[in-house]
Design a protein around this ligand. Sequence first.
Ligand code: GLV
Ligand code: MN
Ligand code: MN
Length: 403
Amino acid sequence: VHRPEATGANGAARDHLVSWLTHEGFALRVDAVGNVFGLLDLAGGDAPLILTGSHIDSQPDGGRLDGTYGVVSAVLAAIGLRAEARAGRMRPRCNIGVVAWTNEEGARFQPSLLGSSVYAGAVAADWALDRRDGGGVSLGEALATIGYRGTDTAPAHPAAYVELHVECGPVLEAAGRRLGIFDRWWGCRKIELLLEGEAAHTGPTPMAQRRDALLAASRIIVGLREMADAAAKDALHTSVGRLELWPNSPNVVPARVRLFIELRSPEAAELMRAEAALQALIARTAADRITAIVVRDEYRRPGRFTPALQALAETVARGLGEASLRLDTVAAHDALSLARLCPSIVVATPSCGGLCHTPLERTEPADLELGLDLLTGMLRALLTADALPDREGQCHANSGAVA
Ligand code: GLV
Ligand code: MN
Ligand code: MN
């Protein structure tokens, strides 16, 4: 799967989703940043909305499940619940919406969680549309090319958001559990660093005279790994996932390198410590006649999903005969953006071998089905609840009309 945001392949997947939603009678809305919503009226226009979904953009040469599993499951769950309502087997007090968020991955355009951040009001749509990929193409231009720079108004904020995802880590498999309930999400610091040295001939230029930006980048990469290795277990993950270098010729000393650095931790204090250590590492490295410029610095606070939704997930899992496990998500999800707006949660199925962001991504088919049952059960409970929780978990009477 190679479906970075707003590429041709991403457009084809969006078209497929849209024709499925249309065929199934969902009311379709594509907003200004290309978020695709499919809405089913189950309880009348004024009733609260329960929203579910994920993303269908992928990493370069990524996996089939990351994000897509949540979107496909959301559509299947919504169709199944509508059928239950039509058959009179449940009486929804809310409407249901499914969503595929734009640019969750942050692979082609940075930052990640971009479409959901616009929806949540964390960033402006114009700013999002102006993000540029490595080749200078803006998100707005790329969306227009695939026909997804929409003009519809996004639906009003939901009463709750539930996302189903694969774990993207090894914890559930190691614990022998088939269902996970994310409690905390890790925070992160994402820094784009430009190192500038000087181009020179790789042959005759005396070693002492070189200002090698790639050598400096290498020292930072190794230093970052040592920071994570020196931290307590599960306290800090560090990486450099992408490098761009100029002029990138076998016989020119690299003049300029751009590094995409990530620090991730469940604790804000640990992230601050790591950030300070990184700054010291950059300063030490730059002392060797290299200029270091931070061109992008993004911070995401660690946080917690809504306790009442965690409890609901646990109850529904138990009803399915499964003991669930509460765990952290280290991978980011659009539910983090939604948590600013409404009760929000991600529930998970195991990732075989803990693998994610690779074509080897896999989950046992029976576990994928079980995850869909968990999602459906949670949505059924929310659609029919007398009272819906707020973000802190307090319950409020559901003012939705009974259909
Ligand atoms: C997305 O998968 C992320 O965690 O960065
Ligand atoms: Mn994902
Ligand atoms: Mn991902």
